[in-house]
Write a protein that binds this ligand. Structure first.
Ligand code: GLP
Length: 241
């Protein structure tokens, strides 16, 4: 695991550099996209490079980490819509090239299996962007998630719902209770993991991620077993290292 401590703008450039290098080496690369506030500067940087330098996503595909269950199709906080707004619509992905787990499917179990099959059929994810929750969750793999888990339905913890209420007019009752999420083993199948964390609120999760014992109670610690994991953190998030 490599840990880089730098200001947030620099971290975003480094993450964008990794994605750009992959796309230049392999135009049909498979990218793993994350939601939350952590990757937003990366998406800004990629959109800028697309516009100013012609960095192309036309042959690439992308898979999202997770999705709320039961959120309206047109809700701006539906992760599929967030990804469309923050990155997909700002670059030149082909129609249908960006996929997420279908949180509106009638058969959610089948939707999870379909999603795993789609990732496998694409040849797996080349570069996976990740954030981390204050309780150490990655994607929506909350504390207690099996390290061997694959895409499945999960119940969100009170902590995560409170953390995410800021995206729902600070109204906890509007935050969905369930989600579909890639499992920890799904995420670990990606060839390169790039995790971003900034701010003091992430310091404990980053401490556990980098220095704690591998444990389902701090799901991000599974990354210690990945052969190519990069952790990009600012001073505040690194303050307990
Ligand atoms: C959500 C997402 C995670 C993300 C986490 C942290 O729970 N499902 O993928 O890592 O939030 O979000 P933020 O980056 O906004 O702190």
């Amino acid at each position: 695991m490599e840990v880089v401590i730098a200001p947030a703008d620099e971290l975003a450039r480094l993450a964008a550099d990794t994605i750009e290098a992959k796309l230049r080496e392999k135009a049909d690369a498979v990218l793993g996209l994350a939601t939350g506030s952590s990757p937003l500067k990366v998406y800004d940087e990629l959109a800028r490079r697309h516009t100013e330098t012609g960095l192309s996503f036309a042959k690439a595909r992308a898979f999202m980490l997770d999705e709320y269950v039961g959120i309206a199709a047109d809700h701006p906080e539906r992760y599929r819509n967030v990804i469309e707004t923050e990155i997909a619509s700002r670059v030149d992905f082909a129609e249908g090239a960006v996929r997420g787990p279908d949180g509106l499917a009638d058969d959610l179990v089948a939707a999870c299996a379909d999603y795993e099959a789609a990732i496998a059929a694409a040849g797996g994810v080349d570069v996976q962007l990740l954030g981390i929750g204050t309780d150490g969750h990655i994607a929506f793999n909350e504390p207690g998630s099996s390290l061997a888990s694959r895409t499945r339905i999960k119940t969100l913890t009170q902590q995560t719902r409170e953390d995410n209420a800021r995206f729902f007019e600070d109204d906890l009752s509007q935050v969905p209770q369930h989600c579909l999420t890639q499992g920890l083993a799904t995420i670990m199948s990606a060839k390169h993991l790039v995790l971003l964390a900034t701010g003091k609120g992430k310091a404990e999760a980053v401490h556990q991620l980098v220095e704690g014992p591998i444990s389902a109670m701090w799901p991000g610690t599974v990354m210690q077993m990945h052969p190519h994991a990069t952790v990009l953190v600012d001073d505040a998030a690194a303050s307990r290292l």
